[in-house]
Design a protein around this ligand. Sequence first.
Ligand code: NI
Length: 167
Amino acid sequence: MALFPIRRFGDPVLRLPASPVLEIDDAVQRLVAEMVETMYGAPGVGLAAPQIGVSRSVIVFDAQDDRGARVLINPEVVETGGEYEYDEGCLSVPGYYWPITRPGFAHVRGLGLDGRETDYSGDGLLGRVLQHEIDHLHGILLIERLDKKTRKQALRSLRNDALGLEK
Ligand code: NI
């Protein structure tokens, strides 16, 4: 199965809210398989469908525990708690990491590939990756989670980088 090119910062598909999946059909099964392969190929710990140009509400992730790759369809954040800062990156903004403050704990709910309601909750990498990938489904990139000053600097670096200038 071919790896899909990952859409980069600046691609309009990353800004669109993703459409909910109404039926888990063969196309969705295939999309999930392609997303998992693309995530591992990157390599990364999470991927949202818009990152391969498909504006549908699907995320895959591997929280580097013993459970391997997991999928959530139409995921929503049910509850969050606490707060913690973590150097976060994104496959759509390669080579950059910024300290981003988010809730430490997240409980999310969506559907599994079998169509059953599935919940995940946790802190650490799991809580972080779930929140980051669900942000993608709302057209939100990690840059928008930065404070104003850091965001300005980040955007300047990204623009310079795009022009081939120094960061
Ligand atoms: Ni990302």
